[in-house]
Design a protein around this ligand. Structure first.
Ligand code: NAD
Length: 414
């Protein structure tokens, strides 16, 4: 072999914490497909919450064993799975880190539904203890195991709140000027946290954990403030029936755009909370996995502060989305009482320049993927339990339960 023969540099190992979930599973497959060795860590708690809520993914998700066997069959690649609870099984996790020495750790493993986190005292307390203990244990275990992995965490746009006073939301840090004895000084501070639910509150606290461990232990950290994810399949999850991604549509876990698309697919009037004047940031699941790939390939240097990127591609007013989907499908929308405590209307302008500069080519609503989501929703419409569609978790105990459509007036179109 010529000494000039070039081989692509072997890729290292990435640990995907929460790799059985909606974002984690397609990310694990995407990274495996790119040539990374992938180790999934997950305690399958999301599947257990499905049982607790009596709700299921619209798409039939295979067991982890069947998922991994299907991936081996179509790709020839092996993904390792470790079932442990982050935040509880500390010593097992330290041992795993010491053994695997991952190049990067992608941390999705948190309770991620705002409505679930507001359901009652038990769910509030679970969300706080699960998310905070998990994130803190990941950081503490990295120090304990002495690994120099790059931690990539999935945060949320919700940490910024939705009252921006006309400002473009910067990527994590807000430039400010303070008056000192020596005159005005320019500083950058973490953008003031303004959580809108107990779930979002845990994400704002995560930021302080990162700030501290980065400062004290020089851990390299990228915190991705992600918008609301829509879509369901990625090229990898579409390769085999047993690889299909989850599709949540219930009132607690279903995210707004996927819910609208699924409601339209079964002829159920789209449920617009309040006026629908809320503006939110969105990203397609294909872009989620691509952003993680980009984040792993562009780690901060040792000693850099926590790198924060806004992982979103478009902002939309919810009423505009409802009108668009209604026009596209002929299914009407309905204003229902908003179970959340939030501003009825807001503007939202967000900077996402870092991902664009690093090569993200955003998937837009116009790119035809709404139809793809509808096709999946129609295909599995028979699995839909319509009684699970209304959002019944309210933000305040004195709020009456929101009244939503009980029986859709349209015949199911699926
Ligand atoms: N889905 C979205 O629209 C969205 C938007 C913004 C941010 N995010 C963030 O992305 C991350 C992943 O979201 P998702 O939609 O894939 O959620 P998900 O609930 O589908 O997946 C989370 C996974 O983590 C696992 N998990 C939870 N706690 C764990 C623990 N203590 N130990 C081990 N495993 C644990 C669950 O079993 C599940 O498989 C979350 O942190 C969420 O806050 C998601």
């Amino acid at each position: 072999m010529s000494i000039l023969t070039r081989h692509p540099r072997a890729k290292g190992t990435v640990m995907v914490l929460g790799g059985d979930g909606f974002c984690g599973w397609p990310t694990a497959l995407h990274l495996s497909n790119l040539g990374y060795e992938v180790v999934i860590v997950d305690n399958l708690s999301r599947r257990k919450i499905d049982v607790e809520l009596g709700a299921e993914s619209l798409t039939p998700i295979a067991t982890m064993e069947a998922r991994l066997a299907a991936w081996k069959e179509v790709s020839g690649k092996t993904i390792r799975f470790v079932d442990l609870t982050l935040g509880e099984d500390f010593h097992e996790f330290v041992e795993l880190l010491s053994e695997v020495q991952p190049e990067a750790i992608v941390h999705f493993a948190e309770q991620r539904a705002a409505p679930y986190s507001m359901k009652g005292a038990r769910q509030k307390r679970y969300t706080v203890s699960n998310n905070l203990c998990a994130t803190h244990d990941v950081l503490c275990a990295m120090v304990e195991a002495g690994v120099d992995s790059h931690l990539v965490h999935l945060g949320t746009m919700g940490v910024y709140g939705y009252g921006t006073a006309g400002l473009t939301i910067p990527e994590g840090y807000l430039p400010i000027t303070v008056q000192t004895a020596n005159g005005p000084q320019d500083l950058e501070v973490l953008y003031p946290a303004n959580p809108g639910s107990v779930y979002h509150m845990t994400k704002t606290q995560d930021q302080l954990f990162f700030f501290y461990y980065n400062k004290n232990n020089a851990i390299r950290i990228t915190d991705l403030h992600q918008g609301i994810v829509w879509g369901t399949q990625t090229p990898e999850t579409a390769r085999h029936e047993a690889l299909i991604n989850r599709f949540d549509y219930d009132g607690d876990y279903g995210t707004v755009l996927n819910r609208f698309l699924m409601q339209a697919a079964i002829g159920y009037p789209l449920t617009v909370h309040g006026s629908g004047g809320q503006t939110r940031a969105f990203i397609h699941i294909r872009d989620t996995v691509r952003c993680i790939e980009i984040a792993i390939a562009n780690p901060p240097k040792k000693g850099d502060r926590v790198m924060i990127l806004n992982q979103m591609t478009q902002t939309h007013r919810l009423i505009d989305l409802a009108e668009k989907i209604s026009e596209m499908t002929g299914v009407p929308y309905e204003h229902v009482r908003n179970p959340r405590v939030e501003a009825a209307e807001n503007e939202l302008v967000v900077s996402n320049e870092q991902f664009l500069a690093l090569g993200l080519n955003p998937t837009k609503l116009e790119d035809g993927l709404m139809e793809e989501v509808q096709t999946i929703a129609k295909r599995f419409a028979h699995r839909c339990d319509k009684s699970k569609i209304p959002c019944v978790s309210t933000w305040r105990r004195d709020e009456p339960q929101p009244v939503e459509t009980t029986e859709p007036p349209l015949a199911a179109t699926a």
